[in-house]
Design a protein around this ligand. Structure first.
Ligand SMILES: C[S@@+](CC[C@H](N)C(=O)[O-])C[C@H]1O[C@@H](n2cnc3c(N)ncnc32)[C@H](O)[C@@H]1O
Length: 235
């Protein structure tokens, strides 16, 4: 029996696909998060803290009326603008999530993944609330405080700086859990507010900011590293 046409090529493609599937199970799944947001062609959508565009591509496939990618890092935005083909419905904004350069109630959908844990959570949520339309919906993802986080501090694969960085997230998370407040860490140079967010405080903070939680899930992209995922509407 002869080989199927393009056998070696096909095998190579399927190996690449399996590798991608294994990898995508270890990272966060943008498609699922975006599907639940229900983006339609009339929507104006913001990817708040878009980074390297993990969600931007999934948003682009839904062809919204306008997609805005915002990040505080101009470098990230430049890289992203080179990757995603330009068309009339896309714009890139360099700005701070704590002082957003938009008028009130202008977005139908907001994606904010792995950003608010780097900021004072309650202030960031107030900003988010202001820019969402009345019937708007937001997807939020933050790394959660959990006992498994101790493994990250003790991991032999991480250098001393990395351990300090992670320890400051854990410390801030514990403080937030017990005392209800975050502090700027004196021990790290970058991401001083960074905090693994306690689930109970997260729920309190989003409600206090005026949101209702439609769905809340805990995702485990890797063992012992849970993230809170929440789909929010204005209450
Ligand atoms: C961990 S990355 C997450 C990127 C992407 N959203 C994702 O889910 O993969 C955090 C991103 O938040 C951005 N960021 C940090 N502080 C910010 C702020 N105050 N305003 C806007 N973006 C910020 C960083 O530049 C970085 O690109």
């Amino acid at each position: 029996m002869g080989r199927p046409p393009g056998g070696r090529q096909a095998r190579r493609v399927s190996l690449a696909q399996s590798a991608r599937q294994i990898f995508s199970r270890q990272t966060h799944d943008a498609g699922r998060a975006i599907d639940r947001l229900g983006i339609d062609p009339s929507h104006v959508v913001l990817d708040l803290g878009c980074g390297n565009g993990h969600h931007s591509r999934a948003i682009a496939w839904r062809k919204p009326a306008l997609a805005v990618d915002l990040d505080v890092s101009l470098e990230q935005l430049r890289g992203l603008a080179r990757q995603i083909s330009k068309n009339g419905s896309r714009s890139y904004v360099c700005g701070d999530a704590l002082a957003l350069p938009f008028r009130e109630e202008c977005f139908d959908r907001v994606v904010c993944s792995l950003v608010f844990y780097l900021l004072p959570l309650e202030r960031a949520l107030q900003e988010l609330y202001m820019l969402m339309k009345r019937e708007g919906r937001a997807y939020l993802r933050v790394p959660m405080l959990a006992t498994g986080r101790a493994r990250e501090i003790l991991s032999p694969r991480v250098g001393i700086r990395g351990r300090l960085y992670v320890a400051s997230h854990v410390f801030n998370g514990l403080l937030y859990s017990m005392a209800g407040r975050q502090i700027r860490s004196p021990f790290v140079r970058r991401d001083r507010w960074a905090c693994y967010v306690p689930r109970r405080r997260f729920v309190q903070a989003v409600r206090r900011a005026g949101f209702r939680i439609e769905t809340l899930e805990i995702d485990y992209p890797k063992p012992h590293t849970p993230s809170i995922e929440a789909w929010l509407v204005k209450d």
